[in-house]
Design a protein around this ligand. Sequence first.
Ligand code: AHR
Length: 485
Amino acid sequence: MAKVTIDASLGKSVINKNIYGHFSEHLGRCIYEGLYVGEGSSIKNVNGMRVDVVEALKNIMVPVLRWPGGCFADEYHWKDGVGPKDKRKKIINTNWGGVVEDNSFGTHEFLELCSQLGCEPYICANVGSGTVSEMADWIEYLNSPEGSPMGDWRAANGRKEPWNVKFIGVGNENWGCGGSMRPEYYADEYRRYQTFAKNHGGKRLFKIACGPNGADYEWTDKLMSSAGRMMDGLALHHYTLTGPWDNKGSATSFTEEQYYKTIKAGRVMQDLIQKHTAIMQRHDLDHKVSLVVDEWGTWHDVEPGTPGSFLYQQNTIRDAMLAALTLNIFNQESAYVSMANIAQIANVLQSMVLTDGEKMVLTPTYHVFDLYKEHQGATLLDAAYDEGDANGAPELSVSASMSDSSRIHATFANLSYSKVLQVECEIQHRNFREAQAKILTGNPADFNDFDHPNTVSIAKFDVEAKDGVLRFELPPASVAAISVL
Ligand code: AHR
């Protein structure tokens, strides 16, 4: 029997809704086909954005979307992607398969997508192969009213009002694909670039520096020491792999041992957050800089028969469990984590949706984001429990929050491969009348494909709610979301 105690009187940090953020890159079929098909497509679209995907994503309340990369960001020259489409320059996407990028999806299209989704844009500027003035011009184009050179150019290209983009990334993975820089060098580059990342129209930017690769604590230390006072966010990247880079393993065919390896590797996220934020706080006593985990998720071998450089992978209940565990960790660490962006939103790595021409399926990970959406903007509550041990991985993962309307929302993941968990959850300081519950479960390797789109889906879940205690049985590999009124 697993015992959980939620204290409704002990509100902790506010869970920034942007923790439930997403990432879209010009990579494989993420942008082209996954999100954007163009106005002339036979696939139903509004201003080029596919209607089925936008509707599905609106349901999970995407709060923020990062673009244009990823590694692509550090070779992207934004001026190639504005103005009449037939005049836009074609380039080669050297990071992702050498395909021709026709720049038909550029700044205006990205911001149109954000407007259709109702989310905030997060734009990553090119530091690796761009220039300071190129980035400064982009910010002026995005945010300056008419009357400035870039504001006037934007208006001539069809958009009179500035977009007031708040989140600006200053480079991506500058320790790797963004320029192979040393932390000292990037720190100086960051200082220079951020100087010219100006506020326009009285709106303050939220500047995000390229942060560490996983457990590279030296990067965080050196950068914070030199430039910490000039940033609002520091971006951590951490992917969950089940094997070495050259043999990560199949997304859909894995053993019980490999399942636990994935979950155990996912658990590392909490350690990374705690260690990096401890270093950050040494340099930032007033806690002005937050951690932004702007790339995370599982990375498996690509689906057989698909290009290696397109990073197209299937998505099973195992991925859903990793997502549930990670989102519970982000909730628990929400005093320090202000944003996170799972990689990537469509057809790349741990996606929300997969498409094949006009067909679309929702992944198990999508359903986890659906079950967790009530945590967005809610106040984290104290939840005490023993996470147990399943082959070195945690067995149980929980987080609970309270919304403005005093509704309590708790998410429970039974991470065990084959063990049923009986759970008794006491909710202190709250007399509740009713509990509503939903569950996502299946065999760990279950997934949705275009012929079987509903193998994995959310179902109603029965819980007993009596005398301030919830009692329920969590099947193996399951995620339950329970709301208490
Ligand atoms: O998400 C795929 C790639 O992973 C991104 O382009 C890069 O930033 C990271 O290494």
